[in-house]
Every structure is written in C-alpha cells, then in structure tokens.
Design a protein around this ligand. Structure first.
Ligand code: BTN
Length: 253
C-alpha cells in the first residue's frame, strides 16, 4: 500500500467563494488528502466570522481534506498546520517569523497568514478541512486601503515574489512530515517542543477576550492538549482555541 500523503491530488480553481466551503460541500467526492487551491477567493472565511477574501493573484488560499480523524486531532491540527508554515518559512529564510497562538503566522509582528480548520461529522466519522491563506504579493498601499493595519505579505517582508505553487508544495512537504511525526509520536513528543519554540505568545502579557469580557494575564505555556495556559488573577486558566481571542497589551501581538 502506498503511504498516505496530503497533496497526492490537487485541484486548482481560478476563482472560488471559499476553498474550505468547496471541500466541505464535496466531502463525499474528494479523496482523503486532496488539496484545493486558488489565488482568487470571493467569500473566504476567517476565524470569528471574519471574511478572508483574495483579489486575483494577491495571495494563495488552499484547503485540504483529512478524513476519519480522531476527536483529539481537532485540537492539534490547527497547531500542526501553523507549525508546518513556520518550518517552511525557516527553510525560505524568512526572518523574524513566529506563531501567535494558536495559528496566526506573524512576520516582524504583522500577520502574513491565517488558518481555519473546520470539521464535519458523518455518522461516527470525523472529517476535517484545514484551510490556509498566505499573503504573497500585496503592497503596503493595498493593506492600507483595506484598513488591515496588522497585515503583511511575503513580498513586503522578503522582497521576493514567491509563486503560489512553490509555497503550496513547500508547505505540503512540511505538513506531511509533521503529520507523520504526530501519528507516530503523538502531540506531546512529536509536535509540542517545536511548537513552543516558535510560539511568540509565550511569556507575553496578554489580553484575553472571552465572551465580551476582557482580562489581562500572562501566557505561560501550552498544555499537553494544545490549550494556552495563562496566569490570570494568580490562577492558571486553560484556553481552548476558538474560545477566546488573545491580544497583546498594546495591539495585535
Ligand atoms: C483567520 O481569520 O486568521 C483565518 C483565515 C483562514 C483563511 C483561509 S484561506 C483558505 C481557507 N478558505 C477559507 O475560506 N478560509 C481559509
């Protein structure tokens, strides 16, 4: 039997509303590990109901399908997806790149990429769509027009015009490697040490926005289940991704 790998099948779409929605709607038809990608996304989805649209040629949006996942994968996949991107950026010598927990990818304190993992349940099977958007060619002007104060692109940070194909194939190589490591060793041994090394949230004073209530604390560790542990009012609180927004005391980081 051939080893499983994400990206053994790829589908390029000239334009799509959202690569995540495309995959979710066609889950039955898509083979496990299929990747769908585009550089024009008209109704893209971000976290917390935000949108993630891409004007033609500016960025890459891609999603891949992982079928028959374990319940615990839902907690770890968002972190593994983020780590794969950082490992790729290291190989590309992108300097000062880090992960803002759980999986915003930040270069020189600005967000270059966002990740949205969504799951669907079919009987007793859990399928996950991992969606990644990476800003490639946008200029400062473009972000200013869109009032995206904390956004950046690989072009702005490296003065290199990466093609979406080279970013996609580089990313998939790293993701497959980490996914194998995770399957073999589990999260704590296979992923967590590397993730922690790149997580810029750790050690920082943060604001935690939880159901409209804001608290201040210090991000101290990532738990064995992928939660962010914050010290708030002298107590350790475990924060699950999707449950709260984390911001620095004076801005995004
Ligand atoms: C965030 O808000 O930081 C997450 C953004 C995730 C965007 C990606 S682009 C590919 C995939 N398709 C979508 O509609 N969203 C994700």
């Amino acid at each position: 039997m051939k080893p499983f790998f994400v990206g053994h099948r790829t589908i390029y779409l000239k334009q799509v509303d959202s690569t995540n929605t495309y995959c979710k709607q066609r889950m039955d038809l898509l083979e496990n590990g299929t990747v769908v990608y585009t550089d024009c996304q008209t109704g893209g989805k971000g976290t917390k109901g935000r949108s993630w649209e891409i004007a033609p040629g500016d960025a890459i949006a891609f999603s891949f399908v992982l079928k028959n996942c374990q319940p615990q994968d839902l907690s770890f996949l968002p972190l593994i997806c983020g780590l794969a991107e950082i490992v790729l950026f290291q190989k590309l010598s992108v300097s000062d790149a880090g992960i803002k927990w759980p999986n915003d990818i930040v270069v020189h304190q600005k967000k270059v990429s966002g990740i949205l993992c969504e799951s669907t349940i079919e009987g007793s099977s859990i399928h996950v769509v991992c969606g990644i958007g990476i800003n490639l060619h946008q200029t400062q002007n473009k972000f200013e027009q869109q009032q995206l104060t904390y956004a950046t692109s690989l072009w702005l940070e490296t003065q290199k015009n990466y093609t979406m194909e080279e970013i996609l194939s580089g990313y998939l190589e790293e993701f497959n490697q980490l996914w194998k490591q995770y399957q073999k060793l589990g999260f704590v041994e296979g992923i967590l040490p590397q993730y922690q090394k790149h997580c810029i949230t750790l050690g920082k004073q943060v604001r935690v926005l939880f159901h409209q209530v804001e608290k201040q604390g210090k991000a101290v560790a990532i738990s064995d289940t992928g939660q962010l542990i914050c010290e708030i009012d002298g107590k350790q609180q475990y924060i699950h991704h999707g449950e709260a927004s984390i911001r620095g005391l004076w801005g995004y980081i």
